[in-house]
Design a protein around this ligand. Structure first.
Ligand code: LLP
Length: 384
């Protein structure tokens, strides 16, 4: 981090979310350029980070949006995303949310059950509004990621079980307003083994053919998101392998010439540009451990407590004198033992007031923050 920025941070109240906008733009441009090579369309998964500054950067570059609630649809539109480039997923869409989406004439409802499809049919008829849908198929592909963020297995709640697809087709056939335009898949998040996507392609090819053989030449294949990032080395030039990701689909996906290929990326676009900046409140020497107690906790960044997720922890400014490194458990102030950002973290000796950066917090960081313990709102810093 540049000296000038460190100086500014030292004058700010903590905790705060720090966003490096030039880095965000660079990541977005790389993703866009790689996707453009194959004419792939990328929708940004708003759930990863809905900060308006970030949303506007992303919409400006021509990404579509992937939303999971009616309010996300509204926020997407307010921040520059085109209505007809919005896809809407989620297993529990309420009537009100479906009505919002029908009124906005979004690109597709990514339908997750027969029951939801029936409600979309009813509401579209009542409102005399067209509804374009994609059927989210649960392909039973193991994403080999944390159990809480895997979504494409038979035991997961997401997507339509394949034995119900015939029923879905019958329902669509009887509706005057609902049109089947897409097949949708999403198998999980933070996927770093690209073989998972190869297995996804095999399944997508099978289902694409299954529909084709029944007379459905479906125009859109939406392959979801899930591309993982390198949490261990956030400063590595290519933290995300966009080139390898898109190239893999080009190689293994058997789409027909007229089919559009869409993706829904969240983490890969925004994780790296964000850090949670916090101050050391106390260094507490326990019997077995030294604790560095920060003014940020699981209330600001939940991922370590919820998924035992690793985030690189750094001292923002290394002191000039040659301080020996020490080992700390880096913990927050919240009354939960899981309120821990890292165990046995080796850092140059810390003291009260030192600034700490918890890296790669741009995705599923700010959005998952909460008010437990009646925590105060945190601040922001945008590097322009
Ligand atoms: N599409 C669908 C249908 C999704 O459910 C998700 C994420 C995405 C796209 C975007 O996935 P991404 O490219 O960001 O992996 N809170 C967890 C992650 C939950 C992901 C939920 N779905 C975490 O902090 O790791």
């Amino acid at each position: 981090m540049e000296k000038e920025i460190i100086k500014q941070l030292q004058n700010k109240e903590t905790p705060l979310y720090y966003y490096d906008l030039p880095l965000l733009r660079k990541t977005l441009n790389t993703a866009k350029a790689e996707a453009d090579k194959y004419r792939y369309k990328v929708h940004y998964a708003i759930k990863a980070n809905n900060n308006p500054e970030i949303l506007r950067e992303i919409s400006k570059l021509g990404f579509g949006a992937d939303c999971v609630s009616g309010y996300e649809i509204e926020v997407a539109i307010q921040n520059g995303f085109n209505k007809n480039e919005i896809v809407f997923a989620g297993v529990g869409k309420t009537d009100k949310e479906i009505i919002t989406a029908l009124n906005c004439e979004i690109m597709t409802f990514n339908v997750e059950s027969v029951q939801e499809l029936e409600v979309i049919v009813q509401l579209s008829e009542k409102m005399k509004k067209n509804a374009q849908i994609a059927l989210r198929i649960n392909p039973n592909v193991d994403a080999k990621t944390h159990q809480y963020i895997t979504t494409g297995l038979d035991e997961n709640k997401f997507g339509i079980m394949t034995h119900e697809l015939d029923t879905c087709l019958q329902i669509v056939e009887t509706s005057r307003f609902v049109q089947l335009v897409g097949l949708h898949f999403h198998v999980g998040s933070q996927i770093t083994d690209l073989n998972v996507f190869k297995r996804l392609c095999v399944k997508v090819n099978e289902w694409n053919m299954w529909f084709y053989e029944r007379g459905y030449d479906i125009p859109v294949l939406n392959l979801g998101g899930g591309l993982g990032i390198n949490y261990s080395e956030p400063d590595k030039e290519s933290v995300v392998n966009f080139a390898g990701f898109f190239q893999l689909f080009d190689e293994f996906l058997e789409a027909r010439k007229n089919q559009e290929i869409h993706f829904e990326l969240g983490r890969a676009l925004v994780a790296n540009c964000g850090s949670l900046i916090s101050r050391v409140l106390y260094i507490k020497n326990g019997l077995k451990k030294n604790f560095a107690i920060l003014d940020a906790g699981m209330t600001e960044l939940l991922r370590p407590a919820l998924y035992q997720a690793y985030h690189k922890i750094e001292k923002v400014e290394e002191n000039s004198e040659n301080l020996a490194p020490e080992k700390y458990d880096i913990v927050g102030p919240i009354c939960e033992s899981s309120d821990c950002f890292g165990k046995d973290v080796v850092l140059q000796k810390l003291k009260r007031g030192d600034l700490i950066a918890i890296r790669s917090a741009g995705a599923y960081g700010e959005v998952m923050s909460m008010r437990y313990n009646l925590r105060q709102e945190f601040d922001y810093f945008f590097k322009e």
